[in-house]
Design a protein around this ligand. Structure first.
Ligand code: PMP
Length: 359
């Protein structure tokens, strides 16, 4: 029954009917490699774990609502004023807040498609209209088409760099040209969840782009390179009106003390964490080379995953991987496979090789 027309229960917003119900994936068995959520395969660094365990000792108390220490460490690390930082329950929580502070019914939210699946959901939850703009055939953002999609009702544009799930990146000149063409009253969110995995020198750091552009917001997470996915902490960097608005709508006490302290400890242990990122990038290089040697045409991923354009054979491929003990993520257009432990990556490569021969 449509949620807005329920005869017996409370009236729910009809707009929710457009949002797919979350179906949890089958949990990876203990002996399966989970390459489906772009997580960091390394266990927490001992020092970070120790900090989190210590913080757990006070979970009878609310955390610091102002997220003071983490905010000041971030401000120093990235050379931005503390007032320009807003933290949240994962960057997806902040993405939701970004829509809430800019768009409502009748307003439009533009994003490339396929891209991060949360964009249409957070737009719809706010009552706004999601406007997906197809990627180019090679998986690049079609920035000209995204510009052309802007109307007087557009309030927010998400740009995912590198793009999840294809891994393609947008280069500096192209992104700057785009940002300068977007009307000043439209917020552009540059989602850089995977920035630490980029090795292409032509890709800009969004923080350099936001500084003299009041309508640009950079979105970052501790879930990927920093390995804190389960603690739910991310942050946005934006000029003060946007950052202050984000702080207004944030779930009170949404970032736990564990998350705050572990994020601070991770920034202090950044060198060790970035060594792990380097190892994952080396694994990505091995996986990409292996797939290309098998004959796959794949995007030049700059993130911690690779993408196979498998179309209607995606489910079949994912099933073959699961059979071999590797959980990957099928979409209607293709399959995304996270870079994980070397053994898991090798099993995936073996499945890809056999599958390729069957095409
Ligand atoms: N942005 C992108 C592009 C992502 O792929 C993800 C996670 N899959 C997120 C944001 C959200 O990450 P989190 O909420 O864990 O910070």
């Amino acid at each position: 029954m449509s949620s807005g027309t329920s005869a017996q229960g409370p009236r729910l917003r009809p707009t929710l009917d457009g949002i797919p119900t979350y179906k949890p994936g089958k949990p990876a068995g203990a002996d399966a490699y989970k390459l489906s959520s772009n997580e960091n395969p390394y266990e927490p660094l001992p020092g970070v774990l120790e900090t989190a365990v210590k913080a757990a000792g006070s979970f009878n108390r609310y955390p610091d609502m102002g997220v003071t220490e983490l905010t000041s460490v971030l401000a120093e690390r990235f050379g931005v004023p503390a007032e320009h930082i807003a933290t949240g329950t994962g960057s997806v929580g902040i993405a939701q807040s970004l829509v809430l502070v800019t768009a409502g019914p009748g307003d439009e939210v533009i994003f490339a498609w396929r891209s991060f699946e949360a964009y249409p959901i957070v737009a719809t939850v706010a009552g706004a209209t999601p406007v997906p703009v197809p990627l180019k055939a090679n998986g690049d953002h079609d920035l000209d088409a995204m510009l052309a999609a802007i109307t007087p009702n557009t309030r927010l544009v998400f740009v995912c760099n590198p793009n999840n799930p294809t891994g393609n990146v947008i280069h500096r000149a192209e992104l700057e040209r785009f940002l300068d063409a977007v009307p000043a009253d439209v917020l552009v969110v540059v989602d850089e969840a995977y920035i630490e995995f980029i090795r292409d020198p032509e890709v800009p750091n969004g923080i350099d782009l936001y500084r003299d552009r009041p309508n640009v917001c950079v979105l970052r997470t501790f879930s990927k390179a920093y390995g804190l996915a389960g603690l739910r902490v991310g942050f946005a960097i934006a000029h003060e009106p946007v950052a202050a608005a984000l702080r207004k709508v944030a779930t009170p006490f949404g970032v736990s003390r564990l998350a705050q302290d572990a994020a601070v400890a991770s920034l202090r242990a950044e060198e060790a964490l970035l060594e792990r990122v380097e190892a994952l990038v080396e694994e990505r290089t091995r996986v990409v080379a292996g797939l290309r040697a098998q004959g796959w045409e794949i995007p030049d991923s700059q993130a911690n995953f690779v993408w196979l354009w498998l179309g209607d054979r995606s489910q079949e491929f994912a099933a073959a991987c699961a059979e071999a003990g590797v959980i990957v993520r099928p979409f209607p257009e293709g399959v995304r496979v996270s870079i994980g432990e070397a053994e898991g990556n090798s099993i995936f490569l073996a499945v890809a090789e056999a599958f390729r021969k069957s095409l």
